[in-house]
Design a protein around this ligand. Structure first.
Ligand code: GAR
Length: 223
């Protein structure tokens, strides 16, 4: 049964609280059609690596500054993911923008969590605390988080799930970030991951049945 589950890699750069939420969701059976098989960090200092270690999940480090060109960095990432047989890539606080050589290779198989209600406060330059600073300075009364598919446009892929969070009087970027994580990100990222895994597994099974049908028909052909 285990080998049938979708193999997930979680890409991280920092604290990894979203990775923590995914690990918890797997333990609690919220994620049941996929298995977190690998964690890849863009930084050797990321606390997310400790979380992976404690959960017994293999981890790798692929540092962007180790590569002269973006293509080489993405090639190294793809190599690590392919060697582990990864089918779904989950970006959980991964602070590198991925170019077309990566997004095309994993088309419809990369999802990302972003700490705002896309299309607000997203795209190049909007990451981490900067998103909440921008939301507060604009004066929005409602913000939230979005999980979406990743394509070549930063934060531009199809939306899978969103959850809103009210802004409170006196919120700072830090208090808002914490509430958006607790009330939105940590909830919708595991649910969206499960939703995508279930759909991928269904497609995989149908594909296998299709191959089987073709094989059966071929077997019956006169030689
Ligand atoms: C999260 O808020 C995530 O949505 C955000 O960085 C934080 C990472 O926290 N990601 C982005 O801004 C990407 N555009 P974590 O490492 O504790 O999960």
């Amino acid at each position: 049964m285990e080998e049938k589950l979708i193999k997930i890699a979680v890409l991280v750069s920092g604290g990894g609280t979203n990775l923590g939420a995914l690990i918890g969701a797997q333990r609690d059976g919220v994620i049941k059609h996929g298995r977190i098989s690998l964690v890849v960090s863009s930084s050797p200092k990321a606390y997310a690596l400790q979380r992976a270690y404690e959960a017994g999940i293999p981890a790798a480090i692929v540092k962007k500054s180790d590569y002269k060109e973006e293509g080489a960095f993405e090639g190294a990432l793809i190599g690590v993911l392919e060697r582990a047989g990864i089918e779904l890539v989950v970006l959980a606080g991964f602070m590198c923008i991925l170019g077309e050589s990566f997004t095309k290779r994993y088309e419809n198989r990369i999802i990302n969590v972003h700490p705002s209600l896309i299309p607000s406060f997203c795209g190049k330059g909007f990451y981490g605390l900067k998103v909440h600073e921008a939301a507060l300075s604009y004066g929005v009364k409602v913000t939230g988080a979005t999980v979406h598919f990743v394509n070549e446009i930063p934060d531009g892929g199809k939306i899978i799930m969103q959850k809103s969070v009210k802004v409170r009087e006196g919120d700072t970027p830090e208090t808002l970030q914490k509430r958006v994580m607790e009330q939105a990100e940590w909830k919708i990222l595991p649910r969206a991951t499960e939703k995508v895994c279930a759909a991928m597994l269904k497609e995989k099974r149908q594909g296998e049945k299709g191959h089987e049908r073709i094989r059966n028909k071929t077997d019956k052909l006169p030689s």
